[in-house]
Design a protein around this ligand. Structure first.
Ligand code: AMP
Length: 215
């Protein structure tokens, strides 16, 4: 099963992708996570991407496309994968189609997680992450029992630089302008499924699973 999760920043793509990946045993490919790891390791790609990411802008297509291509060619993607945060614009979507054709694959499903803009801002500005084990929290919606430390490993929780309120609004604008047109693009291909992302995590996940069973 090959699928894409579409939605504004904070719509819950990462959370759902992690659940799907674990339960369906397919890799979760988050371009944001791959880029962040390159930034923290100060690789050539990371150094090029850093400024765009901190400003809430898209990293240039050629950098992202090359990392996605390398990732899709890895063996664990043969039985399927879930893309989170990619494609982010029409050029990337077209390039992805091309890549899949070359490796004789096709996209099965695109889930659009719909969440109101106001809710997205609240969700993102309260997000906290553990850099050590990847656990995620929200200061009011899902707080760590250990306050500002991770419940799983005890490390200090951090806020992503681009989750700060001033950058969040720019990221939402980028979503509206560059990414939203993909909704019509995938709807026209008959593989788009719209889901309310405002429900609780389990309900959203159950809706995705019901749809996947019907594919
Ligand atoms: P995310 O974790 O998906 O919210 O991504 C964080 C940041 O990484 C974005 O604001 C962009 O700067 C960059 N990024 C992630 N995925 C892409 C992509 N497909 N194309 C361009 N930039 C991306």
């Amino acid at each position: 099963m090959k699928m894409i999760l579409l939605g504004a920043p904070g719509a819950g793509k990462g959370t759902q992708a992690k659940l799907i990946s674990k339960n369906f045993n397919i890799p979760h490919i988050s371009t944001g996570d791959i880029l962040r790891s390159n930034v923290s390791q100060e690789t050539e790609l990371g150094l090029k991407a850093k400024g765009y990411m901190e400003a809430g802008a898209l990293v240039p297509d050629e950098l992202v496309l090359s990392l996605v291509k390398d990732r899709l060619l890895q063996e664990d993607c043969e039985k399927g994968f879930i893309l989170d945060g990619f494609p982010r614009n029409l050029q990337q979507a077209k390039a992805l189609n091309q890549m899949l054709q070359e490796i004789k694959m096709n996209m099965d499903r695109v889930f659009l997680l719909n969440v109101d803009k106001d809710e997205v801002v609240v969700r993102i500005s309260g997000r906290r992450f553990c850099e050590n084990c990847g656990s995620s929290y929200h200061i009011s919606l899902n707080p760590s029992k250990l306050g500002t430390s991770c419940e799983v490993c005890g490390e200090a929780l951090i806020q992503r630089t681009d989750d700060k309120k001033e950058v969040v609004l720019d990221r939402i604008k980028v979503y509206e302008k560059a990414t939203k047109p993909l909704v019509d693009y995938y709807r026209a291909q008959g593989i788009l499924e719209e889901i309310s992302g405002s429900k609780d995590i389990q309900e959203v996940y159950d809706t995705i699973c019901r749809d996947l069973q019907a594919v």
